[in-house]
Write a protein that binds this ligand. Structure first.
Ligand code: ZN
Length: 487
């Protein structure tokens, strides 16, 4: 009896702990290549910020099209509906006096117009109280606040020639590099804004507080134009038209270099395509039962919406069996964790239980994460476009809310501060999920040297987790073992 119990226990443990679960998974895991992932990010960042509709979006889309085709996949560029795009050729901003000062990694705010000024006095806009005399001056602001258009227009009407901002003024954050704040997305903006590191903002504030005049010089050559974002869609054909979608926004949506956000997600998408396509082409894997499509959105949200609308109008949205969206898988500040989002959406349960199981099975193994969590929705990324409320309320697609598309985002860091989320009932442990963050989130230093080149293993985790999930979902030759729902 005891022996029987022991055997049962060992068998049970074996089934749960076995990794890789199959030779197929072992081979897939082995082929995911950190050096390749890191190289793709460097290539993408080299094109520029890749904002939808910009020349750097077009260059990166052409690069990705070539990469997918080189894998033997069918691939196309989709020209999305035009929207206002912005890009710059060159910029400079520096302090001339009371002493010459080179600023630490400043950045022009997206939607800034071209502009230049030599020997321009800086004036501080106090957080409260009357607006000082700003005519002909550069105004240092904490940020554009709750009503950015109104404040911006007021300062322009009063004759300001440029804005400087060191927002957000958080202790210990963005000290040596600039968080990238945006101007309102419109063509009528009349003066440029430059984003500064907190150290430089403090330095200017100290001088102004002592009534020492501060003079700057600035230059920006920028472009604003209504142009179409370019989205790349590639297909690994299955035996059935039903498909899984692996995707990532291709733009550095802050308007900065965007290595972690989101060249890392693009690289993970490309890596999954590369490895699976190679395994199918070489005969190591049969053609999958379900089709797998890969999409790199020209513009976060806007291009995803265009894709969903097209699929709906063609009657294909119901063929979509699940969405795996990568957003920020290239860095992390405090943890070695991988996250799978939106366990609070009931129809996400099968896919998130599978990812949860993969997360637990592989945690701590060589080449894998130390911790993995599913977590409730935080919003702010492309996976939300596929959810029923969004389809109904934002896209106004009649009857689309009846289509239940499981849709998750995979990431290693979100936002720029740690977040604590109460776990969705029925999920976990733990009852509280700590969400890791990126020090370089939406900043002038979200560059490969500080993120993906330092920690290429994070992109490999993401590519491995989703690749393993796809092996089990799209090649379901053996029945899937997903633990039964707990609620
Ligand atoms: Zn992002």
């Amino acid at each position: 009896m005891k022996r029987l119990l022991l055997c049962a226990l060992l068998l049970g443990l074996g089934a749960h702990e076995a990794w890789p679960q199959s030779e197929r998974e072992r081979e897939y895991i082995r082929r995911v290549d950190e050096a390749h992932l890191a190289r793709v990010v460097r290539d993408l960042v080299g094109f520029g910020h890749r904002l939808g509709g910009s020349p750097s979006n077009e260059r990166s889309a052409s690069y990705l099209l070539g990469a997918f085709r080189a894998m033997g996949l069918e691939a196309e560029i989709r020209i999305d509906p035009p929207r206002l795009s912005w890009w710059f050729d060159t910029f400079a901003v520096r302090v001339l006096s009371p002493e010459a000062r080179t600023l630490s990694h400043p950045w022009p705010a997206p939607y800034s117009p071209s502009g230049e000024g030599d020997s321009v006095a800086v004036v501080l806009l106090p957080p409260e109280g009357p607006i000082p005399e700003v005519r002909g001056k550069a105004v240092l602001i904490e940020g554009l606040g709750r009503n950015p258009t109104a404040l911006y227009d007021t300062l322009v009407a009063r004759g300001a020639v440029a804005l400087l901002t060191d927002a957000p003024r958080w202790e210990g954050a963005y000290t040596e590099w600039a968080f990238i704040s945006r101007l309102p997305a419109r063509e009528s903006n009349a003066i440029p804004m430059f984003c500064l590191a907190r150290r430089d903002g403090d330095w200017i504030r100290e001088r102004l507080a002592r009534n020492e005049p501060v003079w700057i010089a600035f230059f920006l050559r920028a472009h604003r134009s209504h142009r179409s974002p370019w989205t790349v869609v590639a297909t690994l054909a299955g035996q059935e038209p039903d498909y899984y979608l692996v995707c990532a926004h291709g733009d550095g949506d802050s308007g900065g270099p965007g290595a972690d956000d989101n060249a890392s997600g693009v690289a993970a998408t490309l890596e999954i395509a590369r490895v699976l396509a190679e395994q199918v082409r070489s005969g190591q894997l049969p053609r999958p039962r379900y089709t797998i499509r890969f999409a790199i959105w020209g513009s976060e949200y806007a291009s995803t919406e265009a894709f969903v609308r097209t699929e709906f109008e063609a009657g294909r949205l119901g063929l979509l069996r699940g969405v795996f969206n990568f957003d920020q898988v290239g860095t992390g500040a405090q943890r070695r964790a991988l996250y799978f989002e939106s366990n609070d959406i009931p129809h996400n349960e099968p896919i998130l239980r599978l990812l949860e199981q993969i997360g637990r099975t592989y945690a701590g193994k060589p080449g894998f994460w130390e911790e993995a969590y599913t977590n409730p929705s935080q919003g702010g990324t492309d996976s939300y476009v596929f959810l029923p409320d969004y389809l109904r309320d934002r896209l106004s697609l009649p009857g689309a809310e009846a289509i239940r598309i499981p849709s998750t985002t995979i990431y290693t860091a979100a936002w720029n501060r740690p977040a604590r989320l109460p776990q969705t009932p029925g999920w976990g442990p733990p009852d509280t999920v700590w969400i890791d963050y990126s020090r370089y989130y939406h900043s002038s230093l979200d560059v490969p040297e500080l993120t993906t080149d330092r920690e290429p293993f994070r992109m490999a985790w993401a590519a491995r987790a989703v690749g393993i999930a796809l092996l089990r979902l799209a090649w379901p030759e053996a029945p899937l073992r997903i633990r039964s729902p707990r609620r």
